[in-house]
Design a protein around this ligand. Structure first.
Ligand code: CO
Length: 134
């Protein structure tokens, strides 16, 4: 049986990265590990790691991505929670068998080789959930 093993990150969508970092870095005092352009996702991401998980501030860099549409519709705020799973294929199969609606039926591969997939908020009580096999 596949298992969820950890929270990997919590992603927050922002419209103004400098302003967001004023709170998350300057005011709250979390170390900014990296501010990275992610062209494949048409976004800029600030990584603020903590002991066991990470806060990610995500800003869309094009107007037509899913993230940009989300931001335009709902404004800045919580975007998704990412959970680590030991076997993403088996978990996606289990989710399908249990009636969950998936955004990605098969895992996608990130630039760094991590495999990920999203579960639709309709099946989770309104929270977009990302699965990561690290
Ligand atoms: Co994520």
């Amino acid at each position: 049986m596949p298992a969820i093993t950890n929270i990997n990150h919590i992603a927050i969508v922002v419209d103004d990265m400098e302003k967001a970092l004023t709170f998350w870095h300057d005011t709250l005092g979390i170390t900014l590990h990296e501010l990275r352009e992610v062209p494949a996702e048409a976004s800029q991401v600030a990584f603020l790691p903590l002991a066991g998980a990470e806060i990610e501030l995500v800003r869309p860099t094009s107007a037509d991505s899913g993230l940009a549409k989300y931001l335009a519709k709902r404004g800045p705020g919580m975007h998704h929670v990412c959970l680590e799973v030991d076997d993403i294929e088996a978990m996606l199969t289990q989710l399908k068998n249990r009636g969950a609606r998936l955004i990605n039926e098969t895992p996608r591969t990130a630039a760094d080789g991590k495999r990920y997939a999203f579960i639709h908020p309709e099946s989770t009580g309104g929270v977009l959930v990302e699965l990561y096999q690290v």
